[in-house]
Design a protein around this ligand. Structure first.
Ligand code: NAD
Length: 239
């Protein structure tokens, strides 16, 4: 049996799966990741992306931050890909208990997944730093320069920037989901962004599967490693 057949059989036999994913899940929806050869980190900017999308840069140079953010981080017309849709189906079948994502694009929910744990927030939610009024993505897209609230406060994306901590409740939910599943599928992530990448250490189930285009530090821990496109692999699941 080849690795993909083994994977399909594993999914067919499992009813307690958790999926842990990253930017590679959305590259097939046309959203670039950070670390692939054509990812954002390999494009040339005045500052490295890690610097621009950090808390201190946002505070100091909000106009420059928003120029990059609007240009490179917002994809309002992106549609869910095979992976998002397959995961939503697996959840409806009762086989998949949670999607834990480092992505901020909202595509899992758009595909129909309900239990989505967003470790790094979402570009679809934005709030006024002064009065906490919430705004959708349109407010950001349609604002000139730095988006401002009706009250005069600055609007910030509900996204975890570099240097910012993760929400405690979200971390607890992610760790609980990983600790309690029998099969953990890790896909489309370089596993270099911490603390998110460290949560997979809480897995104590039976089957750890890793699907990624390139090698990761967790390949050696996994029971099954598939180096390929996650959409192509998940499209093989017949639900
Ligand atoms: P990353 O860019 O560091 O790594 C992506 C990984 O996915 C790479 O190892 C790459 O080889 C792999 N990959 C790319 N396309 C793939 C495919 N079709 N199938 C399988 N593997 C594929 O991304 P990361 O680990 O998620 O960390 C980057 C951080 O950047 C995250 O915290 C996330 O918040 C943010 N980010 C989010 C988005 C998004 O929301 N779509 C996009 C870019 C970055």
């Amino acid at each position: 049996m080849n690795n993909i057949d083994t994977f399909v059989q594993l999914v067919q036999e499992s009813d307690n799966i958790v999926f842990f994913g990253g930017a590679g899940v959305s590259t097939e929806s046309g959203i670039p990741d950070f670390r692939s050869p054509d990812g954002l980190y390999n494009q040339k900017y005045k500052y490295p992306p890690e610097t621009i999308i950090s808390h201190s840069f946002y505070q100091r140079y909000p106009e420059e931050f928003y120029r990059f953010y609007k240009d490179k981080m917002l994809y309002p017309d992106a549609e869910p890909g095979i992976t998002h849709l397959a995961l939503a189906k697996l959840e409806k079948e009762g086989k998949l208990k949670a999607v834990i994502t480092q992505n901020i694009d909202g595509l899992h929910q758009k595909a129909g997944s309900c239990n989505v744990i967003e470790l790094h927030g979402s570009v679809l939610r934005n709030y006024c730093e002064r009065c906490h009024k919430f705004y959708g993505i349109d407010k950001i897209i349609n604002s000139e320069g730095v988006p401002m609230c009706d009250c005069g406060g600055r609007i910030k994306p509900d996204v975890v920037l570099y240097e910012e901590g993760l929400d405690d409740e979200i971390v607890t939910n992610a760790i609980n989901a990983i600790s309690n599943c029998d099969t953990l599928i890790i896909a489309g992530t370089s596993l270099v962004v911490y603390p998110a990448a460290s949560f997979i250490r809480y897995f104590k189930g039976n089957h750890l599967v890793l699907i990624n285009l390139s090698e990761t530090s967790a390949d050696k821990m996994a029971d099954l490693v598939i180096h390929g496109k996650v959409g192509e692999v998940l499209s093989q699941i017949k639900i």
